[in-house]
Design a protein around this ligand. Structure first.
Ligand code: 8IG
Length: 265
């Protein structure tokens, strides 16, 4: 067991004690715009302060109270909602980014849903579009893995879970996500580079988490909400407020979609 895995097991033990739920099945990371989904997925069994769990005390964002929620779906699946995403641009430490993922694996989760808000390099896939991740590019220069940990990345996003998602919404398009470190948005030249490399979604999360989840053997579903056209694609400048507004506007629709998917996982 690596020290990261050991630490994650400690966090999972604290989580189990604090929630009274010793095993979870599905972990859920809710990114920009996706926050409303938890309320539609199932009944809330417990809600705990993330900062009470080992490893989640360092990144407290002012005005933010990250929580972990334990839900149970109508068919009895236990869902762990991870409300404490640590972005790489905040912590500059891929192991910290991966800690919540490793904790959920240690808590028993074999499935992980990663959601995010991001920019699109495709003018025909604009704000409000939901995209199913088919692959990614790690452009952070970082990894949560240590030493000679040769994890297979040839099928990061589960074809089976993508089929389930498409069964709920046949209109979902596929996309390739590239994680930049941020927090600055890209220049138009960087967006052209990303598109040339084959990416059509640009963001600041998800990829490092997916790597840790594959190391842990989890089955991953990745869903992106396009909140803006990437820099230089739309012609306009990028404005964080517009990004937030797009997320808020799409919230109810994408939350219902995600809840329907999770109930079939
Ligand atoms: I929301 O255009 C959101 N997150 N890197 N670029 C990057 N991250 C993002 C963007 C974007 N929009």
């Amino acid at each position: 067991m690596t020290s990261a895995t050991q630490f994650a097991a400690e966090a999972a033990a604290t989580l189990a004690a604090a929630t009274g739920v010793d095993h979870h099945d599905i972990a859920l990371v809710l990114g920009s715009g996706w926050g409303g989904a938890a309320d539609l997925i199932g009944e809330e069994v417990a809600r705990i302060d993330a900062t009470d769990v080992p490893g989640f005390d360092a990144h407290v964002v002012p005005g933010h109270h990250p929580v972990f929620r334990s839900l149970v779906t109508p068919n009895g699946k236990r869902v762990l909602v991870l409300g404490a995403r640590q972005h790489f641009y905040q912590v500059r430490d891929a192991a910290k980014v991966a800690h919540a993922i490793r904790m959920s694996a240690a808590a028993g989760c074999t499935q992980l849903v990663l959601t995010n808000g991001c920019g699109s390099t495709r003018p025909d896939v604009g704000p409000g579009s939901v995209v199913l991740l088919e692959d990614h590019i790690n452009f952070t220069g970082a990894t949560p893995l240590e030493g000679a940990t040769f994890v297979d990345m040839s099928q990061v996003y589960s074809p089976r879970l993508r089929d389930i998602a498409r069964g709920i919404d046949g209109e979902l398009v596929d996309g390739i996500y590239i994680q930049f470190t941020g927090p600055q948005y890209e220049t138009p030249a960087e967006v052209r580079m990303a598109a040339t490399l084959g990416a059509n979604l640009v963001g600041m999360s998800t990829v490092l988490e997916a790597i840790a989840a594959r190391e842990a053997g989890m089955e991953i579903l990745g869903l992106s909400l396009v909140t803006n056209l990437a820099a230089g694609i739309g012609g306009d400048t990028l404005d964080h407020q517009e990004v937030l507004d797009a997320g808020r506007e799409a919230g109810p629709r994408i939350s219902a979609l995600l809840a329907a998917i999770v109930r079939e996982m």
